[in-house]
Design a protein around this ligand. Structure first.
Ligand code: IVH
Length: 675
């Protein structure tokens, strides 16, 4: 039975709704919140509580029905101030020489042409319009004349300044590429695999997909970055060279990949740069698919002009694709630590862009059906950012009729328990709690850098350990004796001592590492840290119920459910007891606020701090109920800047965020005044 709604309650509900709408607008539309995230969450909790008590109050327009500002129905068209051109392609040295010859012919000169060589990021082209230094619009390229307005999404990218710095022009259309770092791409794909979702094919697809979300809040969760390389319409002082243009963009606070940009005095130097960049390609933390060569002097660029839709003064010199043809010999099944069973192709070894490849990911059976791939097929494999290469295409013309279907598995290849595939997942999962394959992967994860960081206990030893010992749980690692280790291949006295010491040392890793190491589904390193800060001990976390977990900012229903399920399982309870008994005792996190001076405030520490370490500073913030964040936004309350502070300090100033020295900060939290 629901309680009767009095006028007073209705009015209270109305007020809460109005407040939430207002703050929602400030936060999501204006990006200028008037209250902290925590205060907003409190208001929302009050509304939810009221609506739980009086469900009759819920209407489709209540903020509870639409957390955050409403997603768009579609993107509005955006006409570019100047067309966004594309580039002609070169594929080798000869193409570059021909490009240089064309330019000299056009300019009727035999003198050397100076070029600027820039990395060609493989992402999504965007145009950012800044009016009086303020970001007013972000648009995709579209057909070059009209793109789509993706301003709300681009505003969520932290490296896109909302306000330019220094001597910015009255109006400028900045051109750049939005991309995702390889490490972030791999991590996101791993998370998707763990969650039973199809991984993204390459970083470019992930960046494009993230930008085309109609819900900006989803875009905000993606680690997008930008690199700027050009301008369209400009009302202001025009730069004289491309190099100067990049320097201008940098000075205005925009991100430019200057470290990989080279000036070349002539086309021979360009060819050298091209070869060098190709060698460096494997070392870069982002994916590039070539090098863009531009005539450096902008007056020459103007003279050369445009031919249909491509400029005569620039060319994209592409790298050879990281693809190769080979034959899929057989398929093996891999069981991950979460039980996900994925098909992996065993290939006839082939060199793909300098790397020898003998296996490739097939992702899942939907993907196998989409590719229509069979055992014995000639296939194209590609290295596209992911650690494991992927089969991208079948060469059907080469079929002989002897190819065989890749059957869907029904039972776990390691423990034979039946596989279960949930409706919203693309992979089947092994449910066997004693599955040796799951244990092996859990152990690898437990020992890894982000986990307990047991140095020396690499994948090879984990494999051997499981072959040699009757290991049944992660805890058995801590029961290993020296004589057990001697059974390992090439294990000497010293190495065994080192390994035992590494295992022993890991007992005191921070709580966040231990939580991450346990491999709870949906709990990555960031969430683990959050949980460690919030609960302070594994026991407290294990005892937390769903409602307590969901009340934590950043913890959603899926994560909360997964944590509760993990600690409800008897096997995991036994593991916790074992770990405690074996002396795995992460130092208690200094997490419980002892004061309220920074309650609800977001604080960023930057520069080389002298009065305390970064960790100590963050602890001080948390002790006073504040939140330490890594990046500055208009939601930041204070930036604490030590010597040598750079872009974060600049950003804080441009956004009008209060900047404190370390001493001022210490004074603030010891003075007893609520700021
Ligand atoms: S210049 C007229 N420079 O490659 C100038 N493009 O087709 C046109 N790209 O759409 C682009 N890095 O998305 C330029 N340093 C760079 C670039 C770059 C990546 C992309 C851009 C463009 C495509 C060329």
């Amino acid at each position: 039975m629901t309680s009767a709604v009095t006028d007073q309650i209705r009015e209270h509900h109305q007020q809460l709704c109005e407040q939430l709408h207002f703050h929602n607008y400030r936060y999501h539309t204006l990006d200028a919140p008037k209250i902290s995230d925590a205060e907003y969450d409190q208001l929302m909790q009050r509304l939810l509580q009221l609506e739980r008590e009086y469900p009759a109050l819920i209407t489709p327009t209540s903020p509870s029905q639409r957390v955050g500002s409403a997603p768009l129905d579609k993107f509005a068209p955006a006409i570019h101030g100047e067309p966004m051109l594309s580039l002609e392609n070169a594929f080798n040295r000869d193409d570059l020489i021909a490009f240089d010859a064309r330019i000299k012919r056009f300019l009727a000169t035999s003198a050397d042409i100076e070029y600027l060589c820039e990395p060609k990021l493989d992402g999504v082209a965007v145009a950012l319009t800044y009016e009086t230094g303020v970001l007013v619009r972000a648009a995709t390229r579209g057909d070059g004349t009209t793109g789509e307005d993706i301003t709300q999404n681009v505003r969520t990218i932290r490296s896109v300044p909302l306000q330019l710095q220094n001597d910015f022009p009255d109006l400028v259309e900045v051109r750049g590429e939005i991309y995702i770092d390889l490490a972030d791409f791999r991590q996101l794909n791993q998370q998707r695999r763990d969650a039973g979702k199809a991984p993204f094919a390459n970083p470019r697809n992930l960046a494009a997909g993230s930008l085309r979300q109609l819900d900006p809040r989803l875009t905000a969760t993606r680690p997008l970055k930008i690199s700027c390389y050009g301008i369209g319409k400009l009302v202001g002082q025009p730069p004289s060279t491309q190099q100067q243009l990049l320097d201008d963009l940098t000075r205005w606070g925009l991100q430019v990949l200057l470290t990989e940009t080279r000036r070349a005095a002539n086309i021979s130097a360009v060819i050298n740069c091209y070869q060098q960049l190709q060698e460096r390609r494997e070392l870069l933390v982002y994916e590039i698919d070539g090098m863009v060569v531009k005539v450096n002097h902008r007056d020459l660029q103007a003279e050369l002009g445009i031919k249909s839709r491509t400029p005569r003064w620039a060319i994209a010199c592409k790298f050879p694709p990281r693809q190769a043809e080979t034959v899929l010999e057989s398929v093996r099944l891999q069981v991950g630590r979460t039980g996900a069973v994925t098909p992996v192709a065993n290939l006839i070894p082939v060199n793909v862009g300098g790397v020898n490849v003998s296996s490739a990911s097939l992702h899942n059976w939907d993907e196998i059906e989409r590719l229509d791939v069979h055992i014995g097929d000639a296939v194209i494999v590609e290295r596209a950012g992911d650690v494991i290469p992927a089969v991208v295409r079948v060469i059907k013309e080469k079929r002989t009729g002897t190819e065989q279907i890749i059957p869907r598995p029904t039972h776990c290849p390691a423990c034979s328990s039946p596989l279960v595939q949930e409706d919203d997942e693309v992979v089947p999962r092994c449910q066997g709690i004693d599955c040796p394959a799951r244990l092996k992967e859990s152990l690898k994860h437990f020992c890894s850098r982000g986990g307990m960081d047991i140095q020396g206990m690499g994948d090879r030893y984990v494999d051997q350990l499981l072959q040699l010992q009757p290991v049944t749980s992660i805890a058995d690692l801590y029961r290993l004796k020296k004589e057990d280790l001697f059974q390992f291949e090439r294990m000497g006295d010293k190495l065994a001592d080192n390994l035992l010491a590494a295992i022993e040392n890991s007992k005191n890793r921070p709580l966040a590492n231990l939580i991450h190491a346990l491999g709870i589904r949906h709990v990555g390193s960031h969430t683990a840290r959050l949980l460690a800060q919030q609960f302070g001990s594994l026991d407290k976390l294990a005892g937390a119920d769903y409602d307590t977990l969901i009340a934590i900012h950043e913890i959603g229903p899926q994560v909360a459910g997964s944590i509760v399920n993990f600690f409800a399982a008897e096997k995991n309870r036994a593991l916790l007891a074992d770990l405690t008994e074996l002396g795995i005792a992460p130092p208690a996190e200094n997490c419980q606020p002892t004061g309220k001076l920074l309650e609800g405030k977001t604080i960023v520490l930057t520069g080389s701090l002298e009065r305390f370490t970064r960790k100590e500073g963050e602890d001080l913030v948390m002790q006073q109920g504040g939140r330490a964040s890594g990046s500055v936004s208009s939601k930041t309350d204070y930036v604490i800047a030590g010597p040598g502070a750079g872009s974060k300090l600049d950003k804080a100033r441009s956004l009008g965020v209060t900047v404190l020295t370390e001493d001022e900060f210490l004074e603030l939290i010891t003075a007893g005044e609520n700021p």
